[in-house]
Design a protein around this ligand. Structure first.
Ligand code: FES
Length: 160
């Protein structure tokens, strides 16, 4: 075999090796993009920044439409982020201000302001999302995964 043929073979090995390395790198980047979170701040599944807690008077229920939850400020001042999905069969549950409770339009389940069951068929309270208040009093709600609960508890309420 001549020296030219050996050089050409070495060159082709380097080209194929580089092409293979490039293909593996591209596949890895595509794979990583599937693993990274796809929800942005302010979209359901992401984090919602709701401003200072002073904007929400005690005894108020505020729908955060894009987040599919209610920011509830209980009469004594505690905070909850209540998922608006009914725990019976998943209908969106509106808050009825005139009676001060959540009333599901599908089969009539009713829930207290903190999401506890008043009337079946729902058998457990409305789910929550994790809520936190930072050192300057700004509220954040993480809608990445609902928190299921068997019964309402003061442990779920965030006090400032
Ligand atoms: S879905 Fe709400 S009561 Fe059935």
């Amino acid at each position: 075999m001549s020296e030219n043929k050996l050089l050409r073979k070495d060159f082709m090995n380097i080209v194929w090796g580089a092409a293979g390395l490039l293909a593996i790198t591209e596949l890895s980047l595509v794979g990583l993009s599937f693993l990274s979170p796809r929800t942005a701040e302010g979209e359901f599944g992401g984090v919602f920044k709701l401003g200072h807690y002073d904007q929400y008077p005690a005894g108020s229920v505020t729908l955060v439409e894009a987040g599919r939850f209610y920011l509830v400020r209980l009469p004594e001042g505690g905070l909850l982020a209540v998922y608006r999905r009914c725990t019976h069969l998943g209908c969106a549950v509106p808050y009825d201000l005139s009676v001060g409770k959540f009333v599901c339009p599908c089969h009539g389940s009713e829930f207290t302001m903190d999401g506890d069951v008043l009337n079946e068929p729902a058998s457990r309270p409305l789910d929550l999302f994790t809520l936190s208040v930072n050192e300057v009093g700004e509220i954040e709600v993480d809608t990445s995964s609902p928190v299921e609960r068997d019964q309402a508890s003061p442990n779920h309420i965030v006090y400032i």
